[in-house]
Design a protein around this ligand. Structure first.
Ligand code: ADP
Length: 478
């Protein structure tokens, strides 16, 4: 059943249910009210008759002549609480010995048991007391109860009729309202269904116009859908670019390898160690590329296995700089390592890979005779140091490590892209230097896997500064 039908049925069901409940409650309370009023009036009448009859007895000392008095009162009854006079009222008065002294003409003088319905009357007699003595009884027969039954039936009929009419009207209004409302609600849903079908068929450019027609929820759903398709499109774009990039990166070494092998096969060049060496270089390059890609994919998926230990980054950085001694001396660089490092929890191999990459880049991009500054300091992470929602906890205490060079710098427009896979500011130079263009992407993902962040600031002609932020050891689990 469609959502629309379900909603309309639910609305109609609610109206019927409410009408039945309201009708039942009003019928019940009307009946109660009626019964209470009837017994109240009945009691009032009895009290009136009782005091009139006792007064009569008191004045006359006997029941002599009571019949004419009763008939007179019956034909001209005093009004009870100014209410309307009641017709068809009948009364029997009996002396203390149950002999009828007033009532129907033919019953006068008869004992109560000889009167039709006498036994029934006897069970419902009201005693008349004078001077603490029972001087007689009376039985009042009013058709109030019969009339109240009739009234109650009439009330039930009219309330039921009113209930049915109002139910029919409310149902009509509810149905109309349901149709209008569900149309407003389901229209955007139809759009959404169509859009989801389109996305399912691969059309990732599908977007929905979020409006307020279907209410805030549908608007939020449309916005979430648009966000989802935008992200899917972005991932698809990344995927296809990555495939193209990988194909491009593989082409050069494969071309070199196949060209050299063909020449050897055809006997153009001999199969000597010198001719095989470039093939081996390309194989090493390929192997490195595949390893880097695998690590990057793992890190991006958050599945990079980390073997955590307490790491002294100061020592690690000194060791790496030491490893680059030849390159530093060749370029006559000044290296300065300053500041105080504190222990952190990290995977020494992964972190070594990160700092090797950053220091190697800095040395490569430094001018000959230039300088390289590495600085350690502690501080709180702030928003500007993170762009990754996974690690977005501003205010956390951690260790900053900056690696600054005075090289050619990175153009402002390239800064946001330097962490992208295969991105090189100068592609021809990058490839000649042997870089895969994955170094910074891997470094950033590795640092993120440690809960940290890697950022860069740079000015063309002045140099670049890469900043690593890592959580301090004691903060790691907090
Ligand atoms: P590669 O392996 O090619 O060096 P990276 O991912 O390490 O790749 O670096 C990406 C690009 O960022 C490099 O090609 C280079 O253009 C630029 N780059 C990285 N570090 C620096 C730096 N210290 N100074 C200037 N440019 C840099």
């Amino acid at each position: 059943m469609t959502l629309r039908r379900q909603f309309i049925f639910a609305l109609a069901g609610m109206v019927v249910f409410m009408a039945v409940i309201a009708g039942a409650i009003s019928l019940f309370s009307f009946n109660q009210m009626l019964n209470r009023s009837v017994s109240y009036i009945q009691q009032g009448l009895e009290t009136q008759w009782e005091s009139a009859l006792v007064t009569y007895y008191e004045e006359n000392g006997s029941w002599e002549g009571i019949q004419s008095e009763v008939q007179a009162r019956l034909h001209d009854p005093p009004r009870l609480n100014d209410g309307p006079p009641r017709d068809n009222m009948r009364i029997w008065v009996f002396a203390a010995d149950y002999r009828a002294v007033a009532g129907a003409e033919q019953d006068i003088g008869k004992t109560i048991t000889d009167i039709p319905n006498g036994l029934q009357m006897k069970a419902d007699l009201v005693p008349l007391q004078f001077n603490n003595q029972i001087v007689g009884y009376f039985h009042l027969e009013d058709n109030l109860t019969t009339r109240s039954d009739f009234l109650s039936r009439t009330l039930v009929n009219s309330i039921s009729r009113a209930m049915l009419i109002s139910m029919a009207l409310t149902l009509l209004v509810a149905l109309l309202l349901g149709i209008v409302l569900t149309r407003r609600m389901t229209e955007p849903l139809k759009q959404l269904t169509q859009a989801v079908t389109d996305v399912g068929q691969g059309c990732l450019t599908t977007r929905i116009e979020p409006d307020n027609k279907g209410g805030a929820d549908i608007k939020a759903l449309s916005e979430a859908f648009n966000e989802m398709t935008a992200r899917l499109a972005q991932y698809e774009e990344i995927r296809s670019t990555m495939v193209a990039d990988i194909a491009h990166e593989l082409r050069t070494p494969l071309t070199v390898i196949s060209g050299k092998l063909e020449s050897i096969q055809e006997g153009v060049i001999p199969a000597s160690p010198e001719t095989i060496l470039p093939i081996q270089d390309e194989v090493i390059r390929l192997t490195r590329l595949v390893r880097d890609l695998q690590q990057l994919t793992l890190a991006e998926a958050g599945k990079l296995p980390l073997c955590l230990h307490e790491v002294d980054l100061d020592k690690m950085v000194w060791r790496i700089v030491d490893h680059f001694t030849i390159a530093i001396e060749e370029k006559k660089l000044t290296v300065e390592i300053a500041g105080e490092s504190l222990p952190i929890d990290g995977d020494p191999d992964r972190l070594t890979q990160v700092f090797v990459n950053l220091i190697d880049n800095a040395i490569r991009h430094c001018q000959a005779g230039g300088s390289l500054h590495i600085n350690f300091y502690t501080g709180e992470r702030n928003i500007s140091h993170t762009s990754d929602s996974r690690n977005n906890h501003p205010g956390e205490k951690g260790l900053f490590i900056t690696i600054a060079d005075d090289g050619e710098g990175i153009p402002t427009e390239d800064l946001p892209k330097v962490f992208d896979r295969f991105y090189r500011v100068d592609p021809s130079r990058g490839r000649i230097s042997g870089g895969t263009g994955l170094g910074l992407a891997i470094a950033r993902e590795f640092i993120r896997a440690h809960g940290g962040e890697l950022t860069v600031t740079s000015r063309v002609g002045e140099g670049s500064c890469f900043t690593v932020w890592l959580c301090l050891k004691n903060n790691m689990n907090s």
